[in-house]
Design a protein around this ligand. Structure first.
Ligand code: OAD
Length: 255
């Protein structure tokens, strides 16, 4: 089957769907220049292993190093703009108002593109919170209202004085339970799940397409490479999200 035929098939499935859910990963932001978690870090950070920095243990033993790592990633991400993949998903939500995005990404490019129904499994890198959740989990902290010795210090919670940390899920941490429950419910009610730009290697996010399959839903994957989820995909559209998604949207008009 040619990619054009696959795109037409995907559009027909989406058109016929009553409850469309989209699971996105770092691949959807790749064309915006956002390095994925596993992209080689450059310069100063090249010698660090992100997997070892994004942990509660690393923050407990060296809060300043972890805080600087996230400031570095925030600086890397701030110029990023939504790419045609984010824009196509926002347009899809305008056409299918019940569309639900479940994202593993910590950037806010879906919001910037205009998507509004977003379940965030791994948090948001631009947000910060009290590391002790002193006012409840999470206790948001707006660091722009704080002053601290940026050279030597990490900002502290204005309520309790504990260190402030990025509001993202670290390795070994639980996901926000409300978001996880919402994602499982959406996946269990979906009749079509569009999986865009994820290697499908990290649980429980990667379980969502399995949940949809178990209830008889169809899984459509968009990824230039095979992933851990390709074996359960009813359709694998091999290509970049920024190229394929606009073509699926265009095919919707003909479907
Ligand atoms: P990965 O970096 O594991 O996988 C990115 C996927 O995107 C790969 O399968 C690529 O083939 C695909 N890809 C690359 N360019 C693409 C493009 N232009 N269009 C579409 N797909 C493209 O990223 P995730 O699967 O999102 O967790 O990683 C999942 C989680 O692992 C992350 O959320 C993070 C990390 O540990 C936490 O931070 C808790």
């Amino acid at each position: 089957m040619t990619i054009e035929e696959q795109i037409r098939q995907a559009a027909a499935l989406i058109k016929a769907s009553e409850r469309l859910v989209v699971l996105t990963g770092a691949g959807v932001s790749k064309e915006s220049g956002v390095p994925t978690f596993r992209d080689a870090l450059d310069g100063l950070w090249a010698k660090y292993d992100p997997m070892r920095l994004a942990t509660p243990q690393a923050f407990a033993s060296n809060p300043k190093l972890v805080w600087e790592f996230y400031e570095y990633r925030r600086r890397l991400m701030s110029p990023a703009q939504p790419n045609p993949a984010h824009q196509a998903l926002a347009e899809l939500e305008r056409r299918i108002p019940t569309l639900q995005i479940i994202t593993q990404n910590v950037d806010d490019l879906h919001e910037q593109a205009g998507s509004t129904r977003i379940i965030r499994l791994h948090g948001k890198i631009s947000a910060n919170k009290c590391s002790k959740s002193c006012q409840g989990d999470p206790t948001p902290v707006d660091v722009t209202t704080l002053t601290w010795d940026e050279q030597h210090e990490v900002p502290r919670c204005p309520h309790c004085g504990a260190y402030v940390r990025p509001d993202v899920v670290w390795f070994g941490e639980m996901l926000p339970l409300d978001q996880l429950d919402e994602a499982k419910l959406a996946s269990a009610r979906a009749d079509v799940m569009l999986v865009v730009g994820t290697s499908g290697t990290v649980m429980p996010a990667a379980d969502m397409p399995h949940i949809t399959r178990r209830v008889g839903g169809k899984v459509i994957e968009i990824n230039p490479s095979e992933s851990e989820l390709t074996p359960i995909a009813d359709l694998w559209l091999s290509g970049a999200a920024g190229n394929i998604l606009p073509r699926v949207l265009a095919a919707l008009d003909e479907a």
